[in-house]
Design a protein around this ligand. Structure first.
Ligand SMILES: Nc1ncnc2c1ncn2[C@@H]1O[C@H](COP(=O)(O)OP(=O)(O)OP(=O)(O)O)[C@@H](O)[C@H]1O
Length: 354
């Protein structure tokens, strides 16, 4: 199932260890490690495990499990992708969308992008929200101006492990928010195209809220891998999230999952929680549409405070950071399964001399 890469320094990997690795399952998802293994190498009691996916946080769990199983090796996890690119040097383009404004789409996009970078992925973020490009503020880059060394292509900014390009760097948000559909989608596609993105595993696109012309054109014209829909649990938001799901289905964009934001209020002082926007609305919607739920986030002061400070909360020692980390790992796996299925279902083209 995977190659046992052996460098000149490599020692033989004991059969018992290979068999143990074959059956070990990732925490949270229960996915078999064997399905995402690239190579295994043993070097002076260091077990070097190369994965196909950026999941560096698996190191601690694998180390613990190995020790518990009686293997005295220390683990090093590396990452080498085998995914194809969908656009320039970008392997996956993921749209973060919401039917309705103000549900926390941009906050979610920033924290997921940062969490993906923490897993060892190369990540870009395209802030395409013409109605309120808030991501420069959330990454501590507000007031920055874009640079273009060759006067043609623009360089993205970089903060907290994420490359950022934002419509807010280029135009006055008040001006952009009154653009008509074709003008807005044209500008956003140009923004993607004329940025010198480095090699990226994931480009996260923070979409403008809604399901109108702009969103539909972007969804149709971008080589999108999948979409993530963010909603809050109350009925008005759910009705709009439903429209977003239908829009993506219409243009055959797979939905990697739904995220329920502000699922419940979590008091920072006493830890009490309250379902102020109703209970489980997003989960029920996801069930109805057969869409996976990637996670549920609380309404919590620190999420907003950290966004305003320009340091995403996922970088802080907060329980909520772990929710974003789990969501990002689920997303990594969902995108992987989905691209594997897509590649497997593509008909093989055989060129003959006839
Ligand atoms: N889970 C949360 N807990 C507390 N505050 C949150 C949470 N999620 C988002 N917020 C805050 O709510 C406000 C709106 O969030 P955000 O800008 O991410 O929404 P949005 O859906 O992207 O809005 P729009 O699409 O209209 O720009 C921000 O001040 C943000 O810090």
């Amino acid at each position: 199932m995977f190659n046992w890469f052996k460098s000149s320094k490599s020692e033989p990997v004991p059969e018992a260890l290979l068999q143990w690795l074959q059956q070990w399952q990732l925490p949270e998802s229960g996915a078999p490690l064997a399905l995402i293994l690239q190579t295994v190498n043993l070097n002076k009691n260091v077990l070097q495990v190369q994965l196909k996916l950026p999941l560096l946080s698996v190191t601690a769990a694998l180390q613990q499990a190995l020790t518990d199983a009686g293997f005295a090796y220390s683990v090093q996890i590396g990452y080498q992708s085998d995914a194809n690119t969908v656009f320039k040097d970008i392997k996956h383009i993921v749209l973060v969308a919401s039917g309705k404004g103000g549900v926390g789409k941009s906050t979610t996009a920033v924290n997921i992008a940062t969490a993906l970078a923490l897993e060892g992925a190369k990540v870009g973020l395209l802030d395409a929200d013409i109605y309120g490009p808030s991501i420069p503020t959330m990454l501590g880059l507000s007031g920055e101006k874009i640079t273009s060394p060759d006067n043609k292509l623009m360089q993205p900014k970089f903060a907290h492990g994420v490359y950022l390009q934002s419509i807010g760097f280029l135009v006055d948000p008040l001006q952009a928010s009154v653009w008509r559909g074709p003008m807005a989608s044209q500008a956003l596609l140009q923004l993607l195209n004329e940025t010198t993105w480095p090699e990226l595993d994931y480009l996260i696109v923070d979409m403008p809220p809604g399901t109108g012309d702009i969103q539909l054109t972007m969804a149709q014209k971008l080589p999108v891998t999948a979409a993530v829909v963010v909603t809050t649990p109350q009925d008005v938001a759910l009705a709009d999230a439903q429209k977003a799901i239908s829009m993506f289905r219409q243009v055959n964009i797979p939905i990697a999952g739904l995220i329920e934001n502000m699922s419940f209020y979590l008091c920072g002082h006493c830890g009490a929680s309250d379902d102020i926007f109703g209970t489980e609305g997003g989960v029920l919607l996801a069930e109805r549409y057969q869409v996976p739920v990637l996670g549920q986030l609380p309404l919590q002061k620190q999420i907003r405070e950290q966004a305003d400070l320009g340091i995403p909360v996922v970088l802080k020692e907060q329980p909520v950071a772990q929710i974003y980390r789990t969501i990002s790992r689920q997303l990594i796996l969902a995108l992987h399964w989905q691209t594997s299925v897509q590649q497997a279902s593509q008909p093989e083209i055989i060129i003959t001399d006839d």
